[in-house]
Design a protein around this ligand. Structure first.
Ligand SMILES: C[S@@+](CC[C@H](N)C(=O)[O-])C[C@H]1O[C@@H](n2cnc3c(N)ncnc32)[C@H](O)[C@@H]1O
Ligand SMILES: [Mg+2]
Length: 312
């Protein structure tokens, strides 16, 4: 009995996606985002031809890009298919800010409303910009949102441009969205070791060759830079929670969003980062509370987790 309660409770921790919430309103920005945007008629949601982004891309899975490309129109609907990511966003943003603050004095004198001032950041696999927008609102000098799905990048640009605060950041290139794979992006040598912060949240479980993907992510980081990765652990519990529960039973995210074979154990990310000169500083589980739809950080890493490392 106790075991089934535990299993059920874990089932609710699902979706490497979702909600954090009202306790951290200052990072949430959900009101301005909802206020300023209507998601209809903004980008075509047709299947696109992705052959043109498919050369020399050994971390790209075409079917994944096509899958996310088809979700772009609903991306900014807080109650839609991306609801889990909307709800998770405040918690992960706060985690990023707190982690950087805890290990560098670089941002300690920043004004409270702009804690990320002075930082050049990249959000790899940005989707339609949930995280990128928050980072930009929090004062980052530069945020690049990079995604291989064309419709997501179009949606990201359109959404930010429709917001009174972010429009200027788009116009001045403080917030920039790029349709590209990381392989192609890194061919621009000026980008190598140029970022203070690299984030890739809920992406690595969708790429081919995650080790190579992490290597490229770390190459973008300056020495001393900060990297954040969130994903789903490869455990029986994560299968129950994120695929059986979230996709098939509760229909929280579309069926086919996740593939258990692509989930990754924290130890595998730790060792890939270590091979690329990055030391993991912290790893936290992400726990979903079904009673108040909030997410919190926990010690249990068996389903969703977020990891923070620094490049030596
Ligand atoms: C689950 S969504 C996460 C979006 C965003 N990081 C967030 O958490 O709000 C995964 C995103 O990664 C992108 N993606 C997957 N593989 C990629 C790759 N190899 N290169 C660039 N983007 C990729 C997809 O197009 C999709 O937008
Ligand atoms: Mg995912």
């Amino acid at each position: 009995m106790q075991q089934s309660i535990k299993a059920l409770s874990k089932l609710h921790r699902f979706t490497a996606t979702t909600t954090a919430a009202s306790s951290i309103k200052c990072w949430s920005h959900s009101q301005p985002l909802c206020r300023s945007f209507s998601s209809t008629n903004t980008t075509p949601n047709d299947n696109i031809n992705i052959n043109n982004i498919n050369s020399n891309n050994n971390t790209l899975k075409n079917e994944e890009i096509q899958f996310f490309n088809n979700l772009s129109k609903d991306w900014w609907n807080p109650e839609g298919t991306m609801k889990p990511l909307h709800r998770m966003n405040p918690l992960r943003v706060q985690y990023i800010v707190d982690s950087i603050k805890s290990s560098t004095s670089l941002i300690s004198d920043n004004p409270i409303q702009y804690p990320l001032k002075g930082l050049k950041m990249i959000d790899i696999g940005c989707g339609a910009g949930l995280l990128s927008e928050s980072l930009s609102r929090l004062g980052a000098d530069k945020v690049i949102g990079l995604d291989a799905a064309k419709n997501n990048v179009l949606m990201a640009k359109s959404h930010a441009s429709a917001d009174i605060d972010l429009k200027e950041n788009i116009e001045t290139n403080k917030l920039e969205y790029v349709e590209s794979t990381i392989e192609r992006f890194i061919q621009d040598e000026s980008m190598v070791e140029s970022f203070d912060v690299v984030c890739s949240l809920e992406v690595i479980e969708h790429v081919d060759n995650p080790q190579e993907f992490l290597k490229l992510c770390t190459r973008l980081l300056k020495p001393g830079g900060h990297i954040f990765i969130s994903t789903i652990n490869k455990t029986p519990t994560s299968f129950l929670a994120t695929i059986l529960g979230a996709e098939y039973i509760f229909r929280m995210v579309p069926i086919g969003t996740h593939h258990w074979s692509q989930f990754i154990k924290p130890a595998d990310i730790h060792s890939a980062l270590a091979q690329n000169n990055c030391a993991v500083k912290d790893t936290q589980g992400l726990f979903y509370n079904p009673y108040d739809s909030s997410w919190s950080l926990i010690k249990d890493l068996s389903v969703n987790y977020i990891l923070y490392a620094i490049k030596k």
